[in-house]
Design a protein around this ligand. Structure first.
Ligand code: MOS
Length: 759
């Protein structure tokens, strides 16, 4: 999902493709904020319109399924009704490490409505070694007696009603042979090692002599920054219904990619790929947690197979905190060495995080340091330790989000030490080519983001001195940070049918996880077919539509749009040469695998500049973000309305990361203390100030659609911008997230005593 396949388009654009990205994007500038005020006090950005054959791309459109969603007509995986539906409820382990000694199924089977208790001794056997991105042992549910963490599935209870299933699962007595566990992460953990998860996980880079350059530097920053466990907390819990119908395993699931999930499900159950169909028409948020197949679907398929009737499994909010991934805690040491004028001689980013004993997921937090700044010597290093905890996974801007907190905080500290304006410091270290790779950028419009953002935010006259602006009990400050995120493209396939009635049906196994993807793809198809939007119907999220990339890695729209554009070209070609048979449709298919595989040799990223203003009361510990502004270079923008929603959504998640989110692990039990929405704090409307998001022109024809993707970059850099603003307000650096009340209070005491430090 984070893998990046990028390169120049190998084929010239044909007349059938959508309007040329260079013209389309050139027309986009940061739009003026309209006076219209949307929910949560955010201001909207006026829509921009770009050239396009039928003008659909670049025009703001509300979601095509919006009415169905707000009226409840849209059904999610947990809601679709079936006759004879049975309900599964997971029982999960209460110990962090050990073996299951016994499962007291007998008394539970006698409870009202209970149909089955599946566990490691009676559940269907699964094929080992299956996984979307290599063997994924988190899929091996109910296969053996080993318990790798608190919250691991130990049984599935199936009953006639969800209430009966829940009561029985809660009554199930499971005993364990416990073993000592280790759930405590730090950058000094002796188990830290170089990732062993294959070439993609091994990402260390080294250029120049880092120690020599540091020794020769007039100004040095050497600090450790930490981020805690963070959880996706998508609104819709993971849910699936599985049933056998006409010899096929038919599934309705909540995921980010129906085709990939169907492939894995087939393999796992020793089935032919054509015997499995997965659909996920509506998905209520994911943020990475629904990218891979998850346990709810596996146990639903097991139960449907054993009972030969439809079975639904919905995870509880608490179960989501141990079964669908999370962002692991990170500890990152940054060493910067600079000349007095701010030019970097050395940049060293040493990132550590943890994974489970089941799978080695590696949070690639050093990524931004390979991309954003030039330095004579550059070193990035990533280490991981395996603990007795649930398996972490991709979470919005994996690596980029926690990594940017570290490097963008350190750059602010360097600005302070060199007496430079934070933007001026960054301009001084703008690279010509990829700092680690030496490869050219497909496009790099970070500087326009700084300039446009600074102008709109009102950065120019900023007094750099910290702790000097007071408004009643509040100290005020502003901060900024750079943002970057990879903008890759992955193979996808699509088909388009010219229907006999003059309309078009597009089929692609894309996922709309709440982003507006369905609407954006309809706009893309309308322009590619040069037909009005209302004549195009886009069907998504059905594995029968063929391979398509996940809604992940900020690659969904770019990858799917290319496939649709190719299919449209093929259809137009076909219609020009073939007489349409009256009453029948004509269909063309396209698969971009070869086109994508031919791409190489450039680095491709979206960029951005984040600005924040905060008010801090050091006596109460409160930090209030008063306003935020993000300016981005994200290639071509398909639907300005939903693009803005994506960007401010990411920025709000970044605010939440800066001030609130923190999974707290109990050393004694090994479980989370706050694994629910009461204890795990997520920013609510009252925390969210006026937020503006806009974009600058960013022509990029590397992928011929010109789309870079913008689902993740919104969160990148926000936590640093806020922490930098808190420093500007108070003079205190917060190098550990989140910037909690107690940390601010401790800092406040230090200010009174004239001291400074890390909190
Ligand atoms: Mo996203 S974290 O790549 O699903």
């Amino acid at each position: 999902m984070t893998a990046q396949t990028v390169s120049a388009p190998s084929t010239p654009m044909t007349a059938q493709t959508v309007s040329t990205p260079s013209t389309a994007v050139a027309a986009q500038t940061v739009s003026t904020p309209s006076t219209a005020v949307a929910a949560a006090g955010t201001t909207t950005t006026a829509p921009t319109r770009t050239a396009g054959s039928s003008g659909a791309v670049g025009t703001s459109r509300t979601r095509l399924e919006g009415r169905a969603k707000v009226t409840g007509a849209a059904r999610y995986a947990g809601e679709v009704p079936f006759a004879e539906l049975a309900y599964g409820w997971l029982a999960t382990s209460t110990v962090a490490r050990g073996r299951i000694r016994s499962i007291g199924a007998e008394p539970v089977l006698a409870m009202p409505g209970v149909l089955a208790v599946l566990h490691h001794e009676n559940a269907p056997r699964l094929k080992p070694g299956v996984g979307m991105m290599g063997p994924d042992a988190t899929l091996q549910i109910l296969q053996d007696d080993r318990v790798p963490h608190v919250g691991w599935p130990v049984a599935l209870v199936v009953a006639e009603t969800p209430e009966q299933a829940r009561a029985a699962a809660e009554a199930l007595v499971v005993t364990y042979d416990e073993e000592p566990h280790d759930v405590v992460f730090s950058s000094g953990h002796p188990g830290l090692h170089a990732p062993d998860g294959g070439p993609r996980a091994r990402t260390d880079t080294e250029k120049g002599d880092i120690e020599a350059e540091l020794a020769a530097s007039a100004v040095v920053v050497d600090e450790e920054y930490t981020t805690p466990e963070e959880y996706h907390t998508a609104m819709e819990p993971h849910a699936a219904v599985a049933r056998w119908e006409d010899g096929r395993l038919e599934v309705i699931d909540s995921n980010q990619g129906s085709h990939a999930v169907a492939q894995d499900l087939a393999k796992l159950f020793f089935l032919d790929a054509t015997s499995v169909r997965v659909r996920s028409e509506h998905v209520g948020g994911a943020f990475g947690s629904k990218g891979l197949m998850r346990p709810h679907l596996i146990v639903a398929a097991m139960a449907a197979t054993v009972l030969d009737r439809p079975v639904r499994v919905v995870l509880t909010r608490r179960q989501l905190f141990s079964l669908v991934g999370f962002r692991p805690a990170t500890a990152q040491r940054i060493r910067l060495g600079a000349e007095p004028g701010g030019r970097l001689r050395a940049l060293d980013h040493d990132a550590t995080s943890f994974s489970s004993t089941i799978n080695e997921y590696v949070e690639q937090s050093a990524q931004p340091s390979r991309v954003v700044y030039a330095a004579d010597a550059l070193r990035t290093r990533t280490r991981v330790v395996r603990l007795d905890v649930p398996t972490p996974s991709f979470m919005r801007a994996p690596g980029w989000a926690p990594g940017s907190f570290a490097i963008e905080s350190a750059m602010d500290e360097l600005a302070e030490k060199t007496g430079l304006d934070p933007i001026a410091l960054r301009l001084r270290n703008e690279p010509e080519v990829g700092p680690a790779s030496g490869l050219p950028f497909s496009s790099r419009n970070l500087i326009p983001c700084f300039e446009e953002g600074a102008r709109r935010f009102g950065w120019t006259d900023r007094d750099p001195r910290p702790g000097t602006r007071r408004e009643g009990r509040w100290l005020l400050g502003t901060g900024m940070a750079a943002a970057a995120h990879s903008a890759g493209t992955a193979p996808s396939s699509a088909s388009i049918t010219a229907e006999a009635d003059g309309t078009f049906t597009v089929r692609i196994a894309a996922a709309d996880i709440g982003t507006g993807a369905r609407t954006a793809l309809t706009q893309i198809a309308a322009d590619a077919l040069e037909t009005p939007l209302k004549t195009v119907r886009v069907k998504i999220a059905d594995s029968d539509f063929g391979p398509a990339f996940l809604a992940g890695g900020s690659m969904g729209t770019a990858s799917w749009a290319w496939a649709i554009t190719e299919a449209a070209a093929a259809l137009r070609e076909k219609l020009a040469h073939v007489d349409q048979i009256p009453g029948e449709g004509t269909t063309a298919r396209a698969d971009t695998t070869e086109l994508v595989m031919a791409m190489r040799g450039q680095e491709r990223y979206a960029f951005g500049a984040q600005f924040a203003e905060v008010a801090v009361d050091v006596a109460s510990g409160e930090v209030r973000v008063r306003r935020m502004l993000g300016t981005f270079a994200v290639g071509r923008v398909v639907n300005p309305l939903t693009a803005r929603s994506q960007l401010i959504g990411g920025m709000i998640m970044g605010l939440s990361m800066a001030l609130h989110e923190e999974g707290i692990r109990d050393i004694a039990s090994g479980g989370l203390v706050n694994g629910d929405l009461a204890g795990y704090h997520v920013a609510s409307n009252a925390d969210v100030p006026v937020i503006e998001a806009g974009w600058v022109g960013d022509p990029d024809t590397y992928n011929p659609t010109g789309i870079k993707g913008l689902g993740e970059i919104g969160i990148v850099g926000v936590a640093a911008a806020i922490a930098n603003a808190v420093w500007h307000a108070t003079g205190i650096r917060h190098r550990n997230l989140p910037i909690r009340l107690d940390r601010v209070l401790t800092a406040g005491t230090a200010i009174e005593n004239g001291g400074a430090g890390t909190y």
